[in-house]
Design a protein around this ligand. Sequence first.
Ligand code: F0G
Length: 445
Amino acid sequence: MQGDAYLKCINPQCGLEYPIENTNVQCEKGHLLDVKYKNKPSPELKEVFYKRRNSEGSIFNESGVWRFRELLNFCQIDTENIEECSKYLVSLDGAEGRQSKPYHMSKAADFIGISNDNLWLQPEGYNPSGSFKDNGMATAVTHAKMVGAKKIVCASTGNTSASAGMFAANEGINCDVYIPAGQIAPGKLSQAYQFGAQIVEVDGNFDDALKQSLDDAQNHDGYTVNSVNPFRIEGQKTIPFRALEYLNWEAPDWIVYPGGALGNTSSCGKALMELYEWGWIKKIPRIAVINSEGASTLSDLYNGKFEGEELRWNKGNPNTELISRYYDHLDKEGLRPKTKATAIQIGRPANILKGLRALEFTNGVSTTVTDSEMLDGMSVVGLNGFDCEMASGASVVGIKKLMDEEIIKKDDIVVGILTGRQKDAMIPVDYHRNPENKFAKPPKN
Ligand code: F0G
């Protein structure tokens, strides 16, 4: 036991600390928490991680999450001791993160207008439950197991529930998932049923479902596994870890994500902050967060589209009243998030403050894309022999838009994250049946 991991409030004025066994997702003043480590991992671990790609029979080396276990060792175990790993670390037989790494995709590069050598796309859909969520769910369920939780609880636009259900079934614990009724892809809903999760249908959107699930967790002894859980963020750090490792730890200029609840943005920011502080990377990549035009809270607030003020982390003093006024405005005007990319149909990103911190640290940007652009992005990925869902298409067309605006420069190295696999079979069918769509190949008769 190294005893070096603890939880700390993200608000520098508050800074409350908690032992690692704490299961509240917020400090007592209502701020989000970070997992912190007292030790500074040696850059020599890069070599260890590389060697583990030859797994030598260990699922914890095979796993794209636990391969980096020294950088997520909140269990404080001897990470070389495989028996100890088996006792503590939750893994779906090493499958989480195992197949996801960055690839060149020439047709996507042509469409974007970037040199093929400069574009990397990382399909996180090739995780066991079909989305990037498995990276963070492996770690959140590890913590749930560590504290003896009997039931995990989440709200979801679909992928979180599939991932939570899968790990819960594998660990033999219960799982309640709150979903916005009628607003999630059929393939995701069927996964949650298949894995034996208890579905709770909420008459409302994801934001309403999250509120209910957090209340349920608090009142009925549930363990929350949404991305407000700091242990989710730890596992999702391995998404940029894998990208960086494949680039020999040479930081790219940009890392681009679709933006929903902003768990990914937060985890990428935390990963980069830690790597930079430890001297593992010399340059800080800029994060770009791509919202759907119909669910654009971050982009609106960050770009000063509401009340003319550009919302910033501001060294830990963000204008949270501006955020509250924005949400009041949405409520008063009856504005509900609306996009066909239901995965990111989110109006109140629960991690907005961590997201802003990540954007400040990385000099990041945020923008929006339309539904039809996302469909083109999704489709061109398919033409390279990779499969992704509509929300993931936002990364591709977001890069294109930022290049057209010359925010991403011609020679920049860009990594785009393709967050999930296609789970709504009719979306590509409908896209290709309409000859007006850019990449459509309509059926012949
Ligand atoms: N892409 C996909 C495929 C997603 O499922 C999600 C989020 C996001 C992007 C956004 O990521 O929240 O980290 O900004 N899906 C969640 C869910 C909310 O419930 O499955 P984020």
